[in-house]
Design a protein around this ligand. Structure first.
Ligand code: GLC
Length: 429
C-alpha cells in the first residue's frame, strides 16, 4: 500500500481559540477533526492548507491534510485501496474529473448540503459529477491543456506562435539547434507529459482531437480510435523524441516538464494552467518571458483544442462526520476560495462569473484570451465507459507511449489498441 503523509492543519493559536469557543459554550457542537486529501503538484498543498485552516478557524473544527501522489494514476490506486476497504481515514477526497464513474458509489450526495449553489458552476462539470441524480462532488477547479512558449526566444529567432503541430515541430527544432550552436547544450524544443500514465492520455487526446480524429471511444460507446486522422496525428509525434524532445520525456509527468521549461531549457511546453503562476514567480529564471496560447491545430483543417481536466471535492460514505466534511467541501469550492486560488496559483475557477473578475484576469490574462479553450475543452470518454475508464485509458496511453518511444508505428499501435478496447467493451463498459 502506498504511504501517504499526514499534516496537521491547525496552528496552536487556532487550537486555543477552538478550546475557548467550546469552553464558552459558544460553539453549538463538539469540534471534530476532518481529514482531506489534497494534491501536492506545484503550490496545491499550500493553497489547500490555507483554505482548510480558514474553514477550521471559522467553524472551530480541525482539519488534517493528507498529501497524495502527484501522478493521478497512482492517486487513483491509493483511493481505490482506501475506499474499497471502507477506510475512515479520509473524509474529503480531491477527485479527478474522470473518476465519478469509477469511484462515485463511495461518495455521498452533496445536493442536500449545497443549497443549489452548483447552478453557478459550469454545467458540464456539474453534470459529470452527477451520477444517478446524486451530486457526487463539488467542482473545485477546471483544467485544459495549453501551450507555453518563450516569448523572448520566438522574437530572437524571428518566429510566430505556431498555429499547427507541423509548425511547432519546425520552430522547436530551429530554436533548439540555434541555442545549442550558441553553447546551450541542454536546450530542447518541446516538453510535455510522455510517461505511460493518465497524463499521456490527456496529451495524446489533444493530438488526436487537433486532427479531428475523435475521442478514442465516441459518445455512443463505439471504439473509433483506429482512423486515418489518428494515424496522421500519431505519425507526426513519432519522430519527436530525440529530435525536439529529450529521451527523458518518455518518463515526464507535469512537474518534470515544468522543471525543464522553468529552468530555461525548452522553447515550448504543454501543461495545465498552474504552471503559469509558478513560471512567473519571483525566483523563476523565465519570469516575464512566458506566453500562453491554445495548443496547435492538426493541419489547416484541424482545430485548436485542449483536454478537459480538473478536480472536484467528494465526501466519503465512510466518513464519521459527513455534515462537517460536506461543509468543508462547500467552503473550499466557494466563489471566494476559487477566486483566491485563481489569483494566487492560476487554478481555473469552475464559476463563470470569475472569468470577468478584474483581479483574476490581471493575474492570469490567458483566462480571458483562451476562455473558449477552457469552456470547449475536449472530454476524455470517462462518462461513456464509466467504470472501465482506467482500463481504456491504460490501453490508450500504452499504445501512444509505444509510438513515441519508436517501438511500433502509428498504424500498428492503433490497430492493436482497437482490438484491446473492443475486448474491454465486450466485457461491458
Ligand atoms: C491534471 C488534470 C487531470 C488529469 C491529470 C493528468 O491534474 O486536472 O484531470 O487527469 O492532470 O495527469
Amino acid at each position: 500500500m502506498q504511504t501517504f503523509k499526514l499534516f496537521t492543519g491547525l496552528t496552536g493559536a487556532v487550537l486555543l481559540a477552538t478550546n475557548a469557543l467550546s469552553a464558552n459554550g459558544a460553539s453549538a457542537q463538539e469540534p471534530v477533526e476532518i481529514s482531506i486529501s489534497c494534491g501536492a503538484v506545484g503550490v496545491e498543498l499550500e493553497l489547500c492548507q490555507e483554505g482548510a485552516d480558514a474553514w477550521a478557524e471559522k467553524t472551530g473544527n480541525t482539519v488534517s491534510l493528507v498529501s497524495t501522489p502527484n501522478s493521478t494514476t497512482e492517486r487513483l490506486a491509493l483511493y481505490q485501496q482506501l475506499l474499497s476497504a471502507g477506510a475512515k481515514d479520509i473524509d474529503v477526497f480531491q477527485i479527478d474529473i474522470i473518476w465519478p464513474g469509477i469511484l462515485g458509489s463511495h461518495f455521498i450526495d452533496l445536493a442536500p448540503y449545497s443549497g443549489g449553489v452548483e447552478d453557478k458552476h459550469f454545467e458540464a462539470i456539474v453534470s459529470t459529477n452527477t451520477i444517478d441524480g446524486e451530486l457526487k462532488a463539488m467542482p473545485w477547479f477546471t483544467d485544459a491543456g495549453v501551450l507555453y512558449y518563450r516569448k523572448d526566444l520566438l522574437e530572437q529567432y524571428g518566429h510566430d506562435v505556431p498555429e499547427t503541430w507541423a509548425q511547432l515541430t519546425d520552430i522547436a527544432r530551429d530554436i533548439k539547434e540555434q541555442e545549442r550552436a550558441a553553447g546551450n547544450d541542454g536546450f530542447w524544443g518541446f516538453v510535455f507529459q510522455g510517461r505511460a500514465y493518465e497524463g499521456l492520455t490527456t496529451n495524446a487526446l489533444e493530438w488526436l482531437d487537433a486532427y479531428g480524429a475523435g475521442t478514442i471511444v465516441d459518445a455512443d460507446g463505439e471504439v473509433t480510435v483506429n482512423n486515418p486522422q489518428a494515424v496522421e496525428a500519431l505519425t507526426m509525434v513519432s519522430g519527436w523524441v530525440g529530435d525536439i524532445a529529450p529521451e527523458g520525456v518518455l518518463n515526464y509527468a507535469e512537474e518534470e516538464a515544468r522543471g525543464v521549461f522553468q529552468s530555461g531549457n525548452a522553447a515550448f511546453m504543454r501543461n495545465w494552467p498552474y504552471a503559469w503562476s509558478l513560471g512567473n514567480s519571483e525566483d523563476s529564471p523565465i519570469k516575464g518571458k512566458i506566453g500562453v496560447a491554445a495548443l496547435p491545430k492538426g493541419g489547416e483543417n484541424g482545430q485548436h483544442t485542449g483536454t478537459l481536466g480538473g478536480w472536484n471535492l467528494a465526501v466519503s460514505r465512510y466518513s464519521e462526520h459527513p455534515e462537517e466534511a460536506a461543509d468543508l467541501a462547500m467552503y473550499l469550492s466557494s466563489q471566494a476560495e476559487q477566486r483566491r486560488r485563481a489569483i494566487k496559483g492560476a487554478y481555473n475557477p469552475t464559476i463563470n462569473a470569475l472569468y470577468s473578475d478584474d483581479e483574476v484576469l490581471a493575474a492570469n490574462p490567458f483566462f480571458g484570451e483562451l476562455h473558449s479553450t477552457f469552456v470547449n475543452a475536449v472530454a476524455r470518454p470517462s462518462e461513456v465507459v464509466g467504470r472501465s475508464y482506467n482500463r481504456v485509458s491504460n490501453a490508450f496511453w500504452n499504445a501512444t507511449h509505444s509510438v513515441l518511444s519508436g517501438a511500433v508505428g502509428a498504424d500498428e499501435a492503433l490497430e492493436g489498441l482497437e482490438g484491446s478496447l473492443n475486448r474491454i467493451k465486450r466485457g461491458g463498459w
